[in-house]
Design a protein around this ligand. Structure first.
Ligand SMILES: *[C@@H]1O[C@H](CO)[C@@H](O)[C@H](O)[C@H]1NC(C)=O
Ligand SMILES: *[C@@H]1O[C@H](CO)[C@@H](O)[C@H](O)[C@H]1NC(C)=O
Ligand SMILES: *[C@@H]1O[C@H](CO)[C@@H](O)[C@H](O)[C@H]1NC(C)=O
Length: 347
């Protein structure tokens, strides 16, 4: 089974087996934006979580790449934009990490936005439509909440949205929101829809892309400290990243867990540059302490970098939009086709 097929299979199961009532809690945007995992467990149980987890993982690995990196024929090579440059670095970090048990905290919003694709491009109709419409509406509310005009979230003076309400390690949430906003704008564009409504007000899809760009630009260095939070991008980036591989010198000695602590606690810069790692990020005052022991500022995570890679793929290069068909091309029909009529009776 290809990744596209298993994603779609997971979506079909979700869209077909769950009664609309199961989604009634979605009427508040709170649910989506705050603690998906806890509430999700109550609402759905293990099977649904397993499905969303599969779908979320595949969104990162499948959708983005399928959507945004179609084979293209370049005749000339204009200089790469900042997002493309940063993407090359971000992929270095992401590819270099061993596969660890993933902790995908923000699964539901991803699945929800992906389901918009199903509704917009396949129009599966009854019985999926009721649920897909509810999910579409709650994606719209989520997108509205990102806009500065609604002040659903505070922003730092430098403009970084505080999706985790001023708590440390903000960037992992910001990059995922930037990715979702860009993907959603691509979906609307592919469906020839110029924007969406927040209450009585109509907003153009450009507003969503602008949101994503300002947030990613902040992370790449357009912030009061002029600090890039992606290691190896720009001139000023964290030098004391909270990361074993970066902080322990390569001297052919194998150190056990506690054996690494003397480097963790050392004030010296990392001996190895962990290119492409996005650190946890600044605090709510745009302040950043480049201190290895303080994971609140300097720790990179796979979940954060997955979102960064996704957002940079979505923003980088020419704006080609998405391929409406690719992800669904291998999908079997939603209902089994009727068996052929029996051959006419003959004596
Ligand atoms: C915004 O910041 C104020 C002051 O710190 C705080 O009281 C409020 O709860 C914050 N709002 C949100 C949505 O995080
Ligand atoms: C790329 O980033 C640099 C540093 O933040 C900035 O000066 C420059 O304007 C950016 N270029 C583009 C095309 O956004
Ligand atoms: C990280 O932030 C949390 C929550 O604000 C705080 O409780 C903790 O002490 C901080 N850790 C360090 C090392 O400062």
């Amino acid at each position: 089974m290809t990744p596209e097929m298993s994603t779609t299979a997971a979506i079909m199961v979700m869209a077909r087996n769950l009664p609309p009532k199961a989604f009634s809690f979605l009427s508040t945007s709170e649910w989506i934006l705050h603690s998906e995992v806890e509430r999700g467990q109550k609402a759905f149980g293990g099977r649904f979580l397993a499905i969303t987890m599969i779908a979320a993982v595949i969104i990162i690995s499948g959708v983005i790449i399928i959507d945004k990196v179609p084979p293209r024929h370049h005749h000339s090579h204009p200089p790469p934009d900042n997002y493309t440059l940063a993407l090359h670095k971000a992929l270095m970090f992401f590819n270099a990490q061993k596969l660890l048990p993933p902790r995908w905290d923000k699964k539901f919003s991803f699945v929800q936005v992906l389901l918009n694709r199903l509704r917009l491009f396949l129009s599966p109709g009854h019985p999926a439509e009721d649920i897909l419409l509810i999910l579409h509406r709650s994606s719209e509310i989520m997108m509205c909440s990102y806009l500065p005009v609604f002040t659903s979230f505070n922003r730092t003076k430098g403009g970084l949205i505080q999706l985790n309400h001023g708590r440390p390690q903000p960037l992992q949430y910001v990059v995922n929101a930037a990715f979702l906003a860009t993907l959603y704008s691509d979906y609307l564009e592919a469906a020839d829809t110029p924007g969406w409504y927040c209450g009585p007000n109509f907003y153009s899809i450009e507003v969503l892309r602008e949101f994503a760009k300002t947030q990613i630009n902040y992370i790449l260095g357009e912030n009061p400290r002029k600090m890039s939070y992606v290691v190896g991008f720009g001139n000023l980036y964290p030098k004391h990243v909270h990361h074993r591989g970066a902080s322990i010198p390569n001297n052919r000695v194998i150190y056990n867990c506690k054996g690494g602590w003397k480097w963790r606690d050392s004030p010296k810069p990392n001996p190895n540059i962990v290119v492409g790692a996005m650190v946890a990020g600044p605090d709510k005052n745009d302040e950043f302490r480049d201190v290895r022991t303080n994971y609140n500022y300097t720790e990179p995570t796979l979940a954060g970098n997955a979102g960064l890679v996704a957002a940079l793929v979505a923003l980088s290069g020419d704006r080609t939009g998405i391929d409406k068909n690719t992800i669904f091309s291998a999908v079997p029909p939603m209902f089994p086709t009727a068996p052929p009529p029996p051959a006419p009776w003959k004596p």
